[in-house]
Write a protein that binds this ligand. Structure first.
Ligand SMILES: [Zn+2]
Length: 138
């Protein structure tokens, strides 16, 4: 069985002193706040409201990821397409995933996990941008 692309719910897991399913009731987008608290031993409170911002999801090294305007990034999930930043506090933002998440993940499974990368073609941060139209000869 190939290694699955990691999502928030398979990346941000409870500490080994707790049962593996201890966070199963925590929404996927909020698991990072639990994870940061135990990993860094500091309180991080998710924002209470939403902001008018949408980020694009991408796959980086086999993880669904999005980038924050502050330069931070975190693992996200198509099962809960929201993002709030544990670094700068910005959020909750909507996250745009591809229409067919399973097809994108399946298209990468032949590759070793560290080689699995994918960008939304509409993402302005996508390093592969469409060619500008050729200029007509004068
Ligand atoms: Zn941020």
């Amino acid at each position: 069985m190939p290694i699955a692309v990691l999502r928030a719910e398979t990346f941000y897991l409870p500490p080994p002193t707790q049962p593996r399913n201890a966070w199963d009731q925590v929404p996927a987008a909020e698991r990072v706040f639990r994870w940061i608290e135990y990993r860094l031993q500091r309180r991080v409170v998710p924002p209470e409201a939403t902001v008018d911002q949408t980020y694009f999801a991408r796959i980086n090294g086999n993880r669904w990821l999005t980038d924050c305007i502050c330069g931070s990034a975190q693992v996200i999930s198509p099962t809960d397409p929201r993002y709030a930043c544990t670094e700068c506090g910005w959020g909750w933002c909507a996250v745009t995933f591809p229409a067919d998440v399973a097809a994108v993940e399946a298209s990468l499974l032949e590759l070793a996990p560290h080689l699995r990368h994918w960008w939304n073609e509409l993402d302005p941060l996508n390093p592969v941008q469409p060619e500008p139209p050729a200029e007509e000869p004068q």
